[in-house]
Design a protein around this ligand. Structure first.
Ligand SMILES: [Cu+2]
Length: 158
């Protein structure tokens, strides 16, 4: 019974952690103080990342619509919180507009880069670890050597 409880707690903790991680890597686009510009209007992200269009209490209603139709935040609104994930295979440039204000220059560009391959990341981690280990090892062997020399010299001095 206790094990079931711990399993549920662990599951809740891990899913909560994953959700927080995803949210922190979202690229947020809002509306600037002129009311007629996206801020920022040009962003770069990687496949697997999400863009979030967020604004509230705006003087004018806005939306965000990809020219090629990939994403669409819906009808223009003064309060928007719309999130779109760029899945693997979506790398490229995406022009998006605020439909009511496209003619006034309320446009932007999202550049999606190909996701980095997992194997190179693992190799980087191993390199970092071995670089950290080398000084520790040489320091340890230096101390051992000094201690050995001290022990060897003692009888000679006496
Ligand atoms: Cu607008």
């Amino acid at each position: 019974m206790k094990y079931v409880f711990f399993a549920i707690v662990l599951l809740l903790l891990s899913t909560g952690h994953a959700a927080a991680e995803n949210a922190s890597t979202d690229v947020v686009i809002t509306v600037d103080s002129t009311n007629l510009r996206f801020n920022p209007s040009e962003v770069t992200l990687q496949e697997g990342q999400a863009v979030r269009f967020v604004w509230g209490g705006q003087a004018l209603p806005h939306n965000a619509v990809a020219k090629d139709g990939l994403f669409d935040s819906g009808d223009p609104s003064r309060d928007v919180d719309y999130r779109f994930v760029f899945e693997n295979g979506t790398a490229g440039d995406y022009v998006f507009v605020c439909e009511p204000h496209e003619n006034l220059g309320m446009v932007g560009t999202i550049t999606v880069e190909t996701a980095p391959l997992p194997p190179p990341e693992v190799v980087e981690d191993e390199e970092t670890e071995s670089v950290e280990e080398v000084p520790a090892l040489s320091l340890l062997s230096s101390i051992t050597m000094l201690a050995f020399v001290a022990v060897l010299r003692r009888p000679v001095e006496e």
